[in-house]
Design a protein around this ligand. Structure first.
Ligand SMILES: [Zn+2]
Length: 462
């Protein structure tokens, strides 16, 4: 009995991760992510997953980000009745992210209906609830059976809390192979998170390649950069707005600000976390202290709470959020991370015309987003159809990313070169994926390909 892999998403692309493993009569899906991007293109792909949901026996999920988990409720709606395997923190994060995704879709449908556009959301909150009932929780390094003949073990990916690299052992008639999937591979030294673990020796590897052709700018260390920017802003007498994704970056920034205040590198500041989703994600992160790195554990051992400290307020209601309009100093951390929606927009309207205020970007800003236009130095930007002059300072923290660059990925994977029979490069735009193929060949890997969308590849049991 041999094995086949079919790449149903994130092949020469970065969103909608879905890799199908066919093993005899069994079918396992690695991740079931949503396609993100222009609505017309993404909606069609998110309605038709390109597979027969009823034929899938199990899902193995790498982490909670929507581009990896966001189509699970659709899969269940279309008839999937198997188990979804994930780490404990991933299950908790997926529960809030999937509910948020269903809510955003219903909002989109309402807004578009007003303009006479019919938008069919791929799923609603009931489908989310049904999907959540199919989850089974696992710890890292707890070997578990996905299906008879298929064992799985999770390794820490250092990407977001709960994120895992997946190692599968497929066995039939005394012959077997090991297959690893990096999911999204993080970076060493990310605040709070442990460093990505080293994968064990495997026969086949599926690796991401988001930054397959790029190196992150060295930049200043995050804490140093934050201290400098906050201290400058105190001199200028304004407030700092930080657009940040609810999971990961919000907790990284808050934790680092707490450390800076504790060590006296910045004066005590008021900090508002203005996003209900960020509040929930912070609670979940705080509940998984056993997954923290050494530095964050030391903070806990000293009796200090890394997220709830003097000056921090988590904002829930929109009234409280609007009241922040009268705040002239301190730090507001709000979603969305690329300024494409959410409460950050209201705060931007207030701060953009004020020279004393500062917009601090701490993450990647995709082409076409408001965050990118601001970062590019546009003097006029549109928010909700109104034009706003940009007079505030725009600062960006370089080198912050939840994904390894190609050098970091090569360092993490090179020990597999003598043993891996074949490598599949996914989760990168075409140029990044193809460049990374060459880099892996340069490291001595024998056989490396970047599969195309829906490409099918046979693997052979040894
Ligand atoms: Zn991710």
């Amino acid at each position: 009995m041999d094995v086949a892999l079919r790449f149903l998403g994130a092949a020469r692309h970065v969103t909608g991760t879905k890799h199908l493993i066919e093993f005899g009569d069994k079918r396992i899906l690695l991740d079931c992510g949503m396609v993100q991007g222009p609505r017309k293109m993404s909606n069609a792909a998110n309605l038709d997953l390109g597979l027969d949901a009823r034929s899938i026996d199990a899902v193995v999920l790498s982490h909670a980000h929507i581009d990896h988990s966001g189509s699970l409720p659709r899969l269940v709606k279309l008839g999937f009745e198997g188990t979804i395997h994930a780490t404990e923190a991933t299950v908790d994060l997926a529960s809030i992210l999937l509910a948020d995704s269903a809510y955003l879709q219903s909002q989109d449908a309402k807004h578009l209906a007003k303009r006479g556009i019919v938008f069919e959301p791929p799923y609603d909150e009931h489908d989310v609830a049904r999907a959540l009932r199919r989850f089974q929780r696992h710890g890292y390094h707890e070997s578990f059976e996905v299906l008879p003949g298929v064992q799985c073990e999770y390794y820490d990916a250092g990407h977001i809390i709960g994120a895992a690299m997946v190692v599968l052992t497929l066995e039939s008639g005394g012959r077997k192979i090991r297959l690893a999937f990096t999911g999204d591979h993080g970076r060493k030294g990310t605040p709070i998170l442990r460093d990505p673990e080293q994968l064990p020796e495997v026969d086949y590897l599926i690796t991401e390649s988001t930054y397959g052709d790029r190196l992150h700018e060295a930049g200043e260390e995050m804490a140093t950069a934050l201290a400098r920017i906050v201290n400058d802003e105190i001199q200028d007498g304004g407030r700092i707005l930080i657009p940040a994704f609810s999971v990961g970056r919000t907790q990284n920034v808050l934790y680092t600000l707490g450390n800076l205040m504790e060590s006296g590198r910045i004066p005590r500041q008021r900090i508002w976390i203005d996003s209900p989703l960020s509040s929930k994600a912070t609670k979940i992160t705080a509940a998984y202290r056993e997954l923290f790195d050494k530095d964050a554990r030391r903070v806990l051992e000293s009796g200090r709470d890394p997220f709830h400290f003097e000056g921090v307020r988590f904002i829930e209601s929109s009234e409280e959020s609007k009241a922040l309009n009268s705040v002239h100093d301190g730090i507001i951390i709000a979603a969305s991370g690329m300024c494409e929606g959410g409460r950050i927009l209201h705060h931007l309207k207030v701060s953009l015309p004020r020279p004393q205020d500062c917009l601090l970007t701490v993450g990647f800003m995709a082409e076409g987003t408001l965050g990118r236009r601001l970062l590019d130095g546009n003097a006029l930007v549109n928010i909700y159809g109104e034009s706003h002059r940009v007079r505030c300072k725009i600062q960006s923290m370089q080198g912050m990313s939840a994904h390894a660059d190609y050098r970091e990925l090569c360092d993490s994977l090179r020990h597999l070169a003598p043993v891996a029979r074949r490598v599949f490069v996914v989760h990168g735009e075409e140029k990044q994926a193809l460049t990374f193929v060459d880099r892996l060949l340069g490291l001595g890997f024998r056989d490396v390909i970047a599969p195309e969308h829906r490409q099918r590849e046979e693997l052979h049991l040894l």
